[in-house]
Each structure stands twice: as C-alpha cells, then as structure tokens.
Design a protein around this ligand. Structure first.
Ligand code: PSU
Ligand code: MN
Length: 323
C-alpha cells in the first residue's frame, strides 16, 4: 500500500463546494477550552503511519486514556473528509487507525487536503499548527522529525523544525527520532530559536534510547518547573517559537543501544537501496527498525510515547492550575 494512494473517488465526489475550512473542535475540547480545563493535543501520524496495525488503534485509545486519567482532555488531531479536527470521536479515531486512504499531512498539505475533501493523519508540524490555532498550549508526541543523516545528498529536513520555530506551543517528546542526524538537528533547533529543556536529564534523549549522548543546556525536574519556563516566556512576549520538553524513556524500557546502531545502519541501507524518499522515509525506517529488532524498538518507542503523553497531561494540569 503506497503511503499516499491516488484519489480514486468519482469526479463529482471531489467537486469543491462552498464549505467552511475552519477547524472543528470536538465538544469536549470546546467545553474544556471555554472553562479553562487542561487539554493535551496528540498527533495522528504516529497512529496511522508510525505503528503497525491493529496495535495502533489500541495505542491511540490508550494514549487518550492516559490524558484523561491525569485529569486533562485529549485532543487527537486529524483531517477527515476535508475537515480539520481537533479532538476525535471513537469512530473517527478508529478511522485514522484503520482506513488505508488516510494520508500523511504536514502543515503545507493542510490546505490542499481540505480543498480536495481528503483525509489524512497530521504530522508534528500539522498537529502543532492546528493545535496552536485552536488555542491549545501543550502537545505530546514520540520523537520529532529533524535533519536526516544523508542531508548533504538530499536536503531531507522535516518540516517539523521550521513550523516549531514559529509556533508557540509546548511539545513533550523523547527528543528527535534516532534515525536522524541528532547533532545536526540540535544545531538547526538552536538556529531556529526553538527552546529545549531536558526533563530530569542533562542529556538530550534519543527517542527509543534514553540518551542521544548530546548535552542539553537546561534541566527541569517537575511540571511546575515547566510552568515557570512557560510563564517566563509569556512575560517576555517571546512564545513565537515552541518549547521542547525533552523527556527520556526510562533506561529499563530503552532499546539496547548496540542493537539500535546495528539495525539502524541496515535500515538506512535498505532505504537507499529501495530509493525511498520524501514523506515515506520516516515510516519506512521506523518499520524496518521494528522488524529488525523483533519488535523491541516498537516497545521502546511506545514506552517513550506513553511517558510523554502522561507528562504532557501533568504539565497541562499544572498550567491550568497556575492561571
Ligand atoms: N514520533 C513517533 N512516530 C512517528 C512520528 C513521530 O514516535 O511516526 C511522526 C511525526 O508525525 C513526525 C513525523 O512529524 O513522524 C516526521 O516525518 P518526516 O520526517 O517525514 O517529517
Ligand atoms: Mn522528510
């Protein structure tokens, strides 16, 4: 199944009509925002294209449950039938996980997708964009996109970075995906002015590894300390760029670093051999890692995502309590 299958609907089903392109907030999300209750945005590309089926749907539900049990409202973001949605129903969440026609959308894809009446899962860039526009302040994912390892050959740099440079949202993640050139990505984040704090660590996390080996300049140790950074950013009037809360997966849950380095080299080679480019690269490499580690990278990835979602919910609750 190609990642972005061609649009085979009959022409009249695609005819543009007078339609509102405003993002649609779920009832829960709208109610929470109007009463100041905490809300956490969740991305959907990890569900549709980052995790194997049918596990992806149970993970999607589990992540929403983690947010709820921390006392916040989950807002999974996706585009369905030309409507950008912030907060999904059970059926909509299932559709994102199961429908093979669900594409992968970066923020630049949003307008053409809405105009075409298409459906797609939102990457970090599209999710952060829609969440911030809806007034959400906290967002959780697994690992951010960034600068790929063969950048000098193909200039593949995730749209996540540039979008986060101009979106004032707090993103809780386990660093950037370990398939990337991590030092180069950190350099880009510095150039772009994206803030980074390590959560309980002096090392930048490595996605399914607890540490990438790179240092972070600032460390916070509680949701309340994150809130202080957010308040200081607001007081300075500088939240045009995102704040990354880099939250490592526990060492007992990480992928064996030696195994990681070996299979990643094989996966990168397979990606080159098959000539995979563009939006397909990241899903391909994640899938290869899962296959070549007998599922161990997937478990570490999931442990990281769960930890990030739970922490994001605690941060959202602390932010709501401080207002
Ligand atoms: N984190 C994960 N799994 C994923 C992703 C993040 O644990 O699949 C997704 C995010 O949606 C991110 C995207 O925005 O991978 C990056 O894709 P690209 O490199 O094509 O920009
Ligand atoms: Mn890319």
């Amino acid at each position: 199944m190609p990642l972005n299958p061609p649009d085979r609907r009959p022409a009249d089903a695609r005819k543009p009509g007078p339609q509102s392109y405003e993002p649609v907030l779920s009832r829960d999300v709208r109610a929470a925002l109007s009463t100041g209750l905490p809300v956490v945005a969740l991305e959907s590309t990890i569900i549709a294209h980052g995790l194997p089926r049918p596990r992806n749907l149970s993970v999607a539900r589990e992540l929403e449950g983690l947010v709820r049990s921390a006392g916040a409202v989950p807002a999974t973001v996706a585009v369905l039938d030309g409507r950008a949605r912030v907060g999904l129903s059970e059926a909509q969440l299932a559709r994102v996980a199961e429908d093979p026609a669900v594409r992968k959308l970066g923020h630049r894809d949003l307008a053409p997708a809405l105009a075409a009446g298409a459906s797609g899962a939102t990457s970090v860039s599209a999710t952060a964009f829609l969440a911030a526009r809806a007034g959400l302040g906290v967002f959780a994912t697994g690992g951010l996109g960034g600068v790929h390892r063969q950048w000098s050959e193909n200039q593949d740099e995730s749209a996540d970075l540039r979008l986060l440079a101009r979106t004032g949202i707090t993103v809780v993640c386990a660093g950037v995906k370990s398939i990337l050139d991590v030092p180069a990505t950190l350099q880009r984040l510095e150039t772009l002015g994206v803030g980074i704090v390590g959560y309980g660590t002096e090392r930048f996390p490595g996605f399914c590894l607890s540490s990438s080996g790179e240092p972070v300049d600032w460390t916070v140790r509680s949701p309340e300390e994150v809130v202080e950074v957010i308040r200081a950013r607001e007081a300075l009037g500088c939240p045009q760029a995102a704040l990354i809360v880099a939250n490592p997966v526990a060492e007992r849950d990480q992928l064996d670093p030696v195994l990681h380095d070996r299979v990643l080299a094989e996966a990168l080679e397979a990606c080159r051999e098959r000539g995979i480019t563009g939006q397909g690269v990241t899903p391909f490499l994640l899938d290869q890692l899962t296959r070549r580690t007998g599922g161990a990278s997937l478990e570490a990835n999931l442990a990281a995502v769960r930890g990030n979602v739970a922490l994001a919910a605690r941060i959202a609750v602390a932010v709501a309590g401080s207002r």
